[in-house]
Design a protein around this ligand. Structure first.
Ligand code: AMP
Length: 280
């Protein structure tokens, strides 16, 4: 991979990298499409990163569909697929981690350290001009942008909007875990975001009031168990009292045993304005 990337750099080509964990869906393909508009070659990586899974999480049963993934990538016009083995990425004695201070996730300890470490390694191996990430994983995108800035990386981090099913459910590799009943129940995340948007559009600004709407909407679905449902500052990811700056409504909800995340990005129409723009 390093050799191929070095060659592309020597030819002054614009390299785009799209890191994934495989089990590819249209959300991943939207990142590749965007990369193809801006870069050549486009490199996709597939690596189910053991270091970002907790001890009781789904690392061993995470969906692995390598054959169909590589077909999808070929059809999407990807130039290189980088799919290393865990022992290549983490050889015996591996000891160096990248940690972004102050932005650690509360609900999955160690998860983001695993993410930033592997993304740093992928960025170092490929040294792309652009790397593409989904805003569906809002905190992840925020951390990677911070890491690239703090470590003077030559890669520009591009954050792309989430792709959703017709009923609003954000595409995720983990959606395959849902049975038919759970799949129906899973739209409660989108419903909760939509209910919050509606309150905000009606002029409600206090997080406590918005939180009540979230709890009420999510609480109405008996298959849903809330991990977190918060309104946070888009920079610090700290809970806000009032929505007046760019914010996220952040959701992590278990539907049965499957943990799903989603978010709504909110920003004032112009700095200081009470008019808001909503990004699902
Ligand atoms: P994953 O394979 O889940 O690690 O995701 C790989 C990349 O695809 C990450 O940057 C995700 O944020 C992004 N991604 C995941 N789901 C979606 C989606 N529904 N729409 C757009 N991008 C997504």
């Amino acid at each position: 991979m390093k050799e191929a990337a070095r060659q592309a750099r020597a030819e002054s080509r614009i390299i785009g990298l799209v890191p994934t964990m495989g089990a590819l869906h249209v959300g991943h393909l939207s990142l590749i499409e965007r990369a193809r508009r801006e870069c050549s070659p486009v490199i996709a990586s597939i690596f189910v990163n053991p270091k970002q899974f907790g001890p009781n999480e789904d690392f061993s049963k995470y969906p692995r569909t390598f054959e169909s993934d590589s077909e999808k990538l070929q059809d999407a016009g990807v130039d290189f697929l980088f799919a290393p083995e865990p022992r290549e990425i983490y050889p015996e004695g591996f000891a160096t981690y990248v940690n972004v201070d102050g932005l650690e996730g509360r609900s999955r300890p160690g998860h983001f350290r695993g993410v930033t470490t592997v993304v740093m390694k992928l960025l170092e191996i490929v040294q792309p001009n652009f790397a593409y990430f989904g805003r569906k994983d809002a905190q992840q995108s925020r951390l990677i942008t911070q890491m690239a800035r703090d470590l003077n990386l030559d890669t520009e981090i591009v954050v792309c909007p989430p792709v959703r099913e017709a009923d609003g459910l954000a595409l995720s590799s983990r959606n395959v875990y849902l049975n038919a009943e759970e799949r129906k129940a899973a739209i409660v995340l989108y419903r909760a975001l939509e209910a919050t948007r509606s309150e905000l559009a009606a002029g409600v600004r206090y997080a406590l009031q918005l939180q009540a709407v979230l709890q009420r909407t999510l609480g109405a679905e008996r298959r849903a168990r809330v991990d977190y449902a918060e309104i946070v500052d888009a920079e610090s990811f700290e809970p806000v009292v009032r929505v007046s700056k760019p914010c996220y409504v952040l959701l992590a909800v278990f539907i049965g045993k499957t943990r799903l995340i989603d978010n709504l990005y909110i920003e004032p129409k112009s700095p200081g304005s009470e008019d808001l723009v909503f990004h699902f």
